[in-house]
Design a protein around this ligand. Structure first.
Ligand SMILES: Nc1ncnc2c1ncn2[C@@H]1O[C@H](COP(=O)(O)OP(=O)(O)O)[C@@H](O)[C@H]1O
Ligand SMILES: [Mg+2]
Length: 254
């Protein structure tokens, strides 16, 4: 039961893309996965994993049953019992409920992934407080670099108030395939100069990720040997191993 929070104060940096794909890769690797969708405006993780209908003016979410080999259930909290599935989705987690939701999912799953809105808010701080690892996707641009510095500072400050170090890693997102433009080298250099820890594997800019946002078919199912699927497989392995190292190290110091 680890908590992985994907944070960042920029919309479009690829948070939800990361959450959706990591959720599927963890679940295919036999982890029980919880997803907390705390983006109340762009509910991209929920819309990917569940169908929404309206009943008496309120949203009702039904987990998809067409993801090969995986079961998905949505937990609307009308019952205290968290459903049993490969992936349990908690949609519409607000700042008042997110802590309880993360805790409840962490109690019955192996990994909880928190997807957040692209702004600094109270839900983000709660999700950072609970995290074993925070991932901060950053697109290679100066604006994104600045907002990623700011998110990293929030993680450090949250750690200080929690009296522990909250580990985080930057993930270069939407990187160019093939020839690496100068701007990407500049961003990486700036991250290294500022000692911001980052994962080796970037997420590349790939049409397959955009296609998946329409088709709701993740690259690993759509084109298992394609570039996007292989990219996510490598990233997943690095995230899983990093999380395992962090959890082992925290057990040693406990
Ligand atoms: N690596 C990528 N390659 C291509 N398109 C991407 C990639 N990451 C995100 N996108 C597209 O950009 C848009 C925003 O991505 P999303 O993951 O929803 O960002 P966020 O959750 O940070 O706002 C989506 O349409 C998504 O399909
Ligand atoms: Mg999002």
């Amino acid at each position: 039961m680890s908590v992985l929070t994907v944070a960042g104060q920029k919309g479009g940096s690829g948070k939800s893309t990361l959450v959706r794909n990591l959720a599927i890769h963890f679940a295919r690797d036999n982890y029980k996965v919880g997803i907390v969708d705390a983006d109340l405006i762009q509910q991209h993780s929920s819309e990917f994993f569940a169908d929404r209908t309206k009943e008496a003016g309120r949203d009702v979410w039904t987990g998809r049953d067409d993801i090969p080999g995986l079961t998905v259930r949505a937990w609307d909290r009308s019952s205290p019992q968290v459903p049993d599935a490969s992936i349990v989705l908690a949609p519409q987690a607000d700042q008042d409920s997110i802590g309880d939701i993360i805790q409840a999912l962490a109690d019955v799953t192996d990994v909880v992934l928190c997807d957040l809105q692209g702004s600094a808010n109270i839900a983000m701080l709660h999700a950072i407080h609970y995290a074993d690892l925070v991932l901060i996707p950053v697109q290679p641009s100066n604006d994104d670099l600045r907002s990623c510095h700011s998110t990293a500072r929030h993680v450090v400050q949250a750690g200080k108030s929690a009296r522990r170090t909250i580990p985080y890693r930057i993930v270069i997102s939407r990187a160019s395939t093939g020839f690496r433009p100068e701007v990407e080298k500049v961003v990486e250099q700036a991250l290294d100069n500022a000692n911001l820890p980052r994962l080796r594997t970037p997420v590349f800019e790939r049409t397959a990720f955009k296609r998946a946002s329409f088709s709701r078919v993740a690259p690993i199912f759509d084109e298992p040997n394609g570039g996007a699927a292989r990219n996510l497989e490598a990233l997943y392995t690095e995230v899983r191993d990093t999380l395992a190292e962090i959890v082992a190290a925290s057990r040693e110091t406990a």
